[in-house]
Design a protein around this ligand. Structure first.
Ligand SMILES: [Zn+2]
Length: 211
């Protein structure tokens, strides 16, 4: 936590992607039956809590309290992905001149900029590439590359899979698995926590200059 805490104290903005303690909410999960199959729901669910055929983890939006550095705010992560917003500031990561989106991807890319690449990491605007690299433990560990993306599309969710035990209680059976948006047999039983997108038409971009 030391490096991360130090990075946190140096941040100029409250990180957009990171959740805060007061945004943690109870998840009153239950199963309901529809079309002959069980579907995961909340006991007080609202229609907008489903997207891509999956129920999404409920979370608050107050951005108050202790910063939970090693976690991701589900709804802000999804919003970043769908609207091409920066993981640090929540503003657009699209270059207004080229229409391309700035993205930090893992070193496993290994210079192959021609193949599409799946990721749960949202874009990063040009102004915050350096800050994202300095403050995100996952990005640091993956020895990332900076690039711009010409196109992308949602392909799946990172999710927890649920079932019922012998007593009818809702229990988690698999934690943080990737489920494709075409896996219609699984989607009704997952609680989605992050959107997975596939980026394509990649081009290398310069790393930020050190101040
Ligand atoms: Zn930004």
């Amino acid at each position: 936590m030391t490096g991360l805490a130090a990075a946190g104290t140096a941040l100029r903005e409250k990180p957009y992607l990171t959740p805060y303690a007061e945004e943690s909410l109870d998840l009153p999960l239950a199963f309901e039956w529809g079309d002959g199959v069980p579907r995961l729901t909340y006991r007080d669910a609202l229609p907008q809590e489903w997207m891509f055929g999956a129920l999404w983890a409920r979370c608050g939006t107050v951005r108050e309290g202790k910063i939970l550095w090693n976690m991701v705010h589900t709804l802000r992560q999804r919003r970043c992905m769908l609207k091409r917003l920066c993981r640090v500031c929540g503003r657009t990561a699209t270059d207004p001149d080229t229409g391309r989106v700035r993205w930090i991807l893992p070193s496993a890319l290994a210079g192959d900029f021609r193949s599409p690449w799946p990721t749960v990491h949202p874009p990063t605007c040009e102004a915050h590439v350096g800050e994202a690299l300095a403050s995100c433990p996952y990005l640091r560990r993956e020895a990332p590359v900076v690039c711009t993306v010409g196109d992308y599309s949602p392909i799946g969710v990172l999710a927890n899979l649920y079932g019922e035990d012998d007593s009818g209680r809702v229990v988690e059976t698999h934690h943080q698995i990737a489920v494709g948006l075409d896996e219609s047999h699984l989607l009704p039983r997952v609680l989605a926590t992050q959107l997975i997108v596939q980026v394509s038409d990649l081009q290398p971009a310069p790393w930020p200059r050190r101040p």
